[in-house]
Design a binder for this molecule. Structure first.
Ligand SMILES: [Zn+2]
Length: 316
């Protein structure tokens, strides 16, 4: 995906209140959009750098090296080894602080929300409501998602509406805590797509609602039949045991099946088995997104059924 300045700033903003954009990363983006971000105070220029990190594994013992004027540019000199000197341009010395409130405002505008976002908690904003009445929140910083009272605060702020949270990538444990609270999490960078107008990004509001799931998943072991969302799939004898292993996990406390658990005694890799399982659902008329919502990947951990135990009816 083409890099855009707003995607870069969204990533850097994960550092929270200290988030900055160094001049060397900013330089490729200098131009009219960059100037607009300065005018909106999404970026606020700071005093230029006066010193630079010491070189890796340097034995000079200095906390940092000073930057001196050298010809047309600047140089950070190593007192021990001239080969380690770094030549710098004026742009390299520029530093921009990232303004969280202003960034939230332009991300909200990219999703088509007209009003300014309202701060719901520290580094947490309510961007607005979708046409279907879903309250959309934005968290720029992972730490803002982990606080003790955040779920209660969001519920209060949502005043009974369904909740979608645009968030950075988070540890599975935190994702689960928000999902258990009934919140729909969307990774901001997954929906912040490059656009040719405005500030160069847009968010499709349709991407902010969960793929609707039918309330009950029915499984008939005798016929290897799975009914879901009004459709029925008969799985092959080879792939049904893989589905059963996911099912067994879905009914247990942990709910996530590791790759090894999915593989069972087969000689095949979990990712191939999962692909084949999803393909069987697609062949029965489910979309790719639906099959991935039902047979979900849990990053770094394995796979799980996208259905709660209470919504599963399995015979035998
Ligand atoms: Zn050095």
């Amino acid at each position: 995906m083409t890099e855009t300045i707003l995607r870069l700033l969204t990533r850097l903003s994960e550092a929270g209140d200290d988030a900055i954009l160094p001049g060397e990363l900013a330089a490729p983006f200098f131009g009219p959009v960059f100037d607009r971000l300065l005018a909106k105070r999404v970026l606020v220029e700071q005093a230029p750098l006066a010193d630079w990190d010491v070189c890796d594994a340097c034995e000079c013992g200095l906390p940092c090296r000073s930057i001196r004027k050298a010809g047309d540019g600047y140089r950070a000199e190593c007192p021990l080894d001239r080969r380690q000197d770094i030549d710098l341009t004026e742009d390299d010395l520029r530093v921009f602080r990232i303004g969280g409130d202003a960034l939230a405002s332009v991300i909200g505008a990219a999703a088509g929300f007209r009003a300014a976002p309202k701060r719901a908690a520290a580094n947490f904003w309510r961007l607005g409501d979708t046409p279907t009445g879903r309250a959309v929140f934005l968290s720029l910083e992972p730490a803002a998602m982990t606080g003790d009272g955040i779920i209660v605060s969001l519920r209060q702020a949502a005043q009974g509406s369904d909740v979608t949270i645009l968030a950075p990538q988070l540890p599975e444990e935190i994702v689960r805590r928000h999902q258990d609270a009934g919140f729909h999490l969307v990774e901001t960078l997954a929906v912040l797509i490059p656009a040719s107008d405005g500030l160069g990004v847009a968010i499709d509001v349709a991407a902010l609602a969960p793929v609707p799931l039918a309330p009950v998943l029915r499984v008939r072991r005798a016929t290897a039949e799975v009914q879901w969302d009004g459709r029925s799939v008969i799985l092959s004898r080879q792939i049904f045991p893989v589905f059963e292993r996911l099912l067994e996990k879905a009914m247990s406390r942990d709910q996530v099946a590791s790759g090894a658990h999915v593989e069972g005694t087969t000689a095949r890799e979990a990712k191939d088995l999962i692909r084949e399982l999803r393909d069987a659902f697609k062949a029965a008329g489910f979309t790719d997104a639906e099959s991935k919502a039902l047979i979900a990947t849990v990053r770094n951990r394995g796979y799980r059924l996208g259905v709660q135990a209470a919504e599963i009816v399995a015979d035998g």
